[in-house]
Design a protein around this ligand. Structure first.
Ligand SMILES: [Zn+2]
Ligand SMILES: [Zn+2]
Length: 281
């Protein structure tokens, strides 16, 4: 099917295995990393606490990279990070399988601008749960960077797209050199699959309100996702975030734990984060 013919139909009507152009690589990556993770679980169901904690720490760094680096700092400009902190967080996000910064941010700004309409990149209302969770990652045409993130079309962001494949390969295999074969699977594919699904919940579960009318805000907070989502610190307050997207703080109540926000406050105290925007209702 030609690209124009594909564009004329809603992409969520395609069979799950259809992907075009560079999106094929995303599909191949998703299949490969899930297959490796399953093999890892079968061979090494109990990793031992040292390996488990090490994998969790790497996953958590990826979570900070995505929620602070990509989401709050670059996509919404809710905080200005010291360039070294910013680049380190971008590294953590790429290493964790979140993709290159420009791709992520273009899609995310597009999502906010068109949330819950037919043009939303990842609406579960229109495409269903699996569309919003994973399929959009390789079946939606990438959001044009010139339109959605012209401010990021600079070498210090664009270069990460070229580094992405080698970094992901290192990310999959580096655990072998620290913990042997069990390390390869737990530090690599199992961690990446866990992080992928926890972050995918932001687009799927946190927008899953199928009975709402077209265009009505579907974003919601789910408190119990917080403890599960160690890879997306504070992203479970997604309803709060859609209400005030320019705020660096996602919590609105004292009991809403938002580790991404606490880290931003720590960075601000150290002089590594400035221009922190907070909007309370
Ligand atoms: Zn959203
Ligand atoms: Zn956002």
């Amino acid at each position: 099917m030609s690209r124009s013919a594909l564009a004329e139909q809603h992409p969520w009507t395609l069979p799950w295995w259809k992907a075009e152009g560079e999106n094929r690589w995303v599909l191949i990556y998703l299949l490969a990393v899930h297959a490796l993770a399953l093999v890892g679980i079968a061979l090494f169901p109990l990793p031992g606490w040292r390996l488990f904690l090490s994998a969790l720490i790497v996953a958590s760094m990826g979570g900070f990279g995505t929620t602070i680096g990509y989401h709050r700092a670059l996509a919404h400009r809710a905080v200005k990070l010291h360039p070294i902190v910013e680049q380190f967080l971008v590294f953590c996000a790429v290493f964790n399988g979140s993709g290159a910064p420009n791709t992520w941010i273009a899609n995310h700004r597009n999502h906010h601008a068109n949330a819950d309409t037919i043009d939303d990149v990842s609406s579960p209302r229109h495409g269903g749960f699996w569309w919003a969770h994973l399929l959009w990652l390789y079946q939606w045409e990438p959001s044009p960077m010139k339109k959605w993130c012209p401010d990021l079309m600079r070498p210090r962001f664009m270069t990460w797209a070229k580094l992405q494949i080698p970094l992901i390969l290192i990310s999959i295999f580096f655990g072998y050199f620290l913990f042997g074969w069990a390390g390869l699977f737990w530090m690599g594919a199992i961690r990446l699959v866990y992080c992928l699904h926890m972050q995918a919940f932001v687009n799927s579960l946190l927008h899953l309100k199928p009975l709402l009318a077209e265009g009505v805000d579907s974003s919601q907070n789910i408190w119990w996702l917080g403890p599960l989502q160690l890879t997306a610190w504070g992203e479970n307050w997604h309803g709060n975030h859609h209400a005030l997207p320019a705020s660096a703080c996602f919590s609105r109540r004292w009991w809403q734990i938002d580790l991404g926000w606490y880290a931003i406050r720590a960075l601000r105290a150290l002089g590594l984060a400035t221009n922190v925007r907070v909007h309370k209702k």
